[in-house]
Design a protein around this ligand. Structure first.
Ligand SMILES: Cc1cc2nc3c(=O)[nH]c(=O)nc-3n(C[C@H](O)[C@H](O)[C@H](O)COP(=O)(O)OP(=O)(O)OC[C@H]3O[C@@H](n4cnc5c(N)ncnc54)[C@H](O)[C@@H]3O)c2cc1C
Length: 479
C-alpha cells in the first residue's frame, strides 16, 4: 500500500484523505489542535495571547470556524478552471463530487424557486445597467456553530477507515531522497507523558516519530501556511508563478440594507471596475446577521474577516470589499506586498485592526471612539482601534473602495452612506501559484502534490476540497 502524507487538515487535506482512505496508508499532519480542542478564548476581542490562532489552525482548517457557506461553484472560490490540464468541464465534475460527499453529511442545497430565479434575473439586469456584474451563488449555509459537529463526524469516519491524524505537528522541512522517497520532518509538541514515552521509544527502538517517510506528499497548508510553503517551494526548487493579490476592507452595515439582496442569494457577489483606475473591485464572503472577526496570523499581524451563526441572529451584515491587483516585476509577489501593508496597519492601530466610518474617510477625519453613541451602525467587533483607513491603505485602494461602494449604492441603497463602517486590513493571501505538471496538481517534483488556498489554487471551502479530490485522484492514478 502506498504511503501518503498530507500536510494540513483543512478542507483540501480532509477531502484528499476521504478519497484516499482505504486505498493508501494516509497520515495527516497539522500544526494545530484536534477539532474538540480548538476554542478561541476571545472571539470578539482578540488580544493575540495565543501561540497559534484557534480560528485558523487545526483539524478542519480555517474552514472550521468559518461561516460555513458551502458554495458549489467552479468559479467562486476556485482557480481550477484556469489550471493547465484541468479546465471548466473537469472542475464541474470535481465540484459535483464534493457536493455529493457533503450531501452524505446532510449539507444540501434546495432547488431555487421560480420567484428566486426571477429575482436573480432582475438583479442581473439592474446590475448590468450600472456596469456591475452580479454572480448568483448557490450555496448551503451550515453556520459557524454547526461546522464543528460536521467536521468531527467527517474526521471520525476517516479514522475508522484507517487515516492517522497527528495534530500539533508543525512540518518544518521536506527532503526528497535520490530513490524518490519523500521525508517530512516535523516538530511536535508533546505532553509530559508523551515526552517520556517518546524518549524511551527513541532509546530502545531508535525510532524518530518526528520524521515521516512516504511515496506521495500533498501539501495543503492553507493561507496561514502560504509563507511556509513559499520557503519550501524555493528550497526544493518547485516551479511557480504569482497570482493577483486581494486587498481592501470589511464593510459593515445594518442588515436591513442588504436583506433584499441576501434573501435572493445569501453570499452576494458583485464585481465592478472603478472609474479612476479601472481596477477590479468585488464583494466577498457576505455574512448577513453576522459579526466581524479577527484572523490573528503567526507572522504577527491581524486581518479582519467575518462569520455568522445559523439563524443569523445579529443586527448587521458584513462583507469583504476587495481590490484585485496583479503584480509584475520587480515585486511580483503580491503576498509580500499585502503582508507589508498588514504590518503597517498593525503599527498604526496599536496591534488592532482599524475601524472608520465611510463619511470620516471621505472627509479625511479619524473616527473617534468617544462618538460611538452617535454611530448608526454599532461595530460588531470589539478589539479595534478607531482610526483612519486613509492612512492605513494606499491611496489607490482607498479610492477604489470609495468609488466601488458608491457604484454599489445604486443596487444596495445606503451602502455608501456616511455611517457605513470599514475595517482594515482585509486581505486574501494566495498570490503564489505552484505550477502543476500533469493536470492533477503534481508539482515539478514527482510525487509531491499541492492543494488548496496556500498553493494559490482556491479561496473557499469547496474550491479547496475539489483540489484535494484532484490531487488524490492523481495519486491513485499512478497505481
Ligand atoms: C473567518 C473565516 C471565514 C470564512 N468563511 C468561509 C465561508 O463561509 N465559505 C467558504 O467557502 N470559505 C470561507 N472561508 C475560507 C475557507 O475557510 C478557506 O478557503 C479554506 O479553509 C481553505 O482550505 P485549505 O484546506 O486550503 O486550508 P486551511 O483550511 O487553511 O487549512 C490548512 C491547515 O494547514 C495547517 N498547516 C499550515 N501550515 C502547516 C505546517 N507547516 N505544518 C502542519 N500543518 C500546517 C493549518 O494548521 C491548517 O489547519 C473563511 C475563512 C475564514 C478565516
Amino acid at each position: 500500500m502506498k504511503k501518503v502524507v498530507i500536510i494540513g487538515a483543512g478542507p483540501a487535506g480532509l477531502f484528499a484523505a476521504y478519497k484516499l482512505a482505504g486505498k493508501c496508508d494516509v497520515t495527516i499532519l497539522d500544526k494545530g489542535l484536534p477539532v474538540e480542542k480548538r476554542h478561541c478564548p476571545s472571539p470578539n476581542n482578540c488580544k493575540r495571547k495565543c501561540k497559534l490562532c484557534a480560528k485558523l489552525y487545526g483539524e478542519g482548517g480555517a474552514g472550521l470556524m468559518s461561516d460555513g457557506k458551502i458554495i458549489f461553484s467552479t468559479e467562486i472560490g476556485s482557480f481550477l478552471n484556469n489550471v493547465d490540464g484541468v479546465g471548466e468541464e473537469r472542475n464541474k465534475g470535481l465540484v459535483a463530487e464534493v457536493q455529493e460527499i457533503f450531501g452524505r453529511y446532510d449539507v444540501q442545497i434546495n432547488p431555487l424557486s421560480e420567484e428566486i430565479n426571477s429575482k436573480i434575473s432582475g438583479l442581473e439586469k439592474a446590475c448590468a445597467a450600472e456596469g456591475i456584474r452580479y454572480v448568483p451563488t448557490i450555496l448551503a449555509h451550515v453556520g459557524t456553530d454547526k461546522l464543528e459537529e460536521l467536521i468531527i463526524n467527517f474526521r471520525n469516519e476517516l479514522i475508522e477507515k484507517g487515516v492517522r491524524f497527528v495534530p500539533k505537528s508543525d512540518v518544518k522541512n521536506i527532503h526528497v531522497e535520490n530513490s524518490g522517497r519523500i521525508i517530512v520532518e516535523t516538530k511536535r509538541e508533546y505532553s509530559f507523558y508523551e515526552k517520556a514515552k517518546n524518549t524511551l521509544r527513541r532509546i530502545f527502538l531508535r525510532k524518530n516519530d518526528d520524521a515521516y517517510e512516504c511515496d506521495n506528499l500533498i501539501m495543503a497548508p492553507g493561507r496561514v501556511g502560504a509563507k511556509w510553503l513559499e520557503g519550501i517551494v524555493h528550497k526544493l526548487g518547485i516551479e511557480y508563478t504569482y497570482n493577483a493579490m486581494d486587498l481592501g476592507v470589511r464593510v459593515e452595515v445594518k442588515r436591513d440594507k442588504t436583506d433584499r439582496i441576501t434573501e435572493v442569494c445569501r453570499d452576494m457577489k458583485f464585481q465592478m471596475r472603478t472609474s479612476t483606475y479601472n481596477d477590479l473591485v468585488r464583494t466577498f464572503c457576505t455574512c448577513p446577521g453576522g459579526k466581524v472577526a479577527i484572523e490573528a496570523h503567526e507572522e504577527g499581524y491581524n486581518l479582519v474577516n467575518g462569520h455568522s451563526e445559523k439563524g443569523d441572529p445579529y443586527e448587521n451584515t458584513n462583507f469583504a470589499f476587495l481590490v484585485t491587483i496583479p503584480f509584475t516585476s520587480p515585486m511580483a509577489n503580491g503576498n509580500e506586498y499585502a503582508r507589508m501593508i498588514a504590518a503597517a496597519v498593525k503599527e498604526l492601530g496599536g496591534g488592532k485592526p482599524i475601524l472608520q466610518q465611510l463619511g470620516d474617510l471621505r472627509t479625511g477625519h479619524r473616527s473617534k471612539k468617544e462618538r460611538i453613541n452617535d454611530f448608526k451602525v454599532k461595530p460588531s467587533l470589539e478589539g479595534i482601534t478607531f482610526g483612519d483607513v486613509g492612512l492605513a491603505l494606499p491611496h489607490r485602494i482607498v479610492l477604489d473602495i470609495i468609488e466601488g461602494l458608491e457604484k454599489l449604492d445604486k443596487i444596495i441603497p445606503g451602502v455608501a452612506n456616511d455611517e457605513t463602517l470599514l475595517y482594515a486590513p482585509e486581505a486574501k493571501f494566495h498570490a503564489l501559484r505552484i505550477k502543476n505538471s500533469d493536470g492533477y496538481l503534481q508539482t515539478s517534483i514527482p510525487g509531491i502534490y499541492v492543494a488548496g488556498d496556500g498553493a494559490g489554487l482556491s479561496r473557499g471551502i469547496v474550491g479547496a476540497a475539489a483540489c484535494g479530490v484532484l490531487a488524490a485522484e492523481g495519486i491513485l492514478r499512478e497505481d
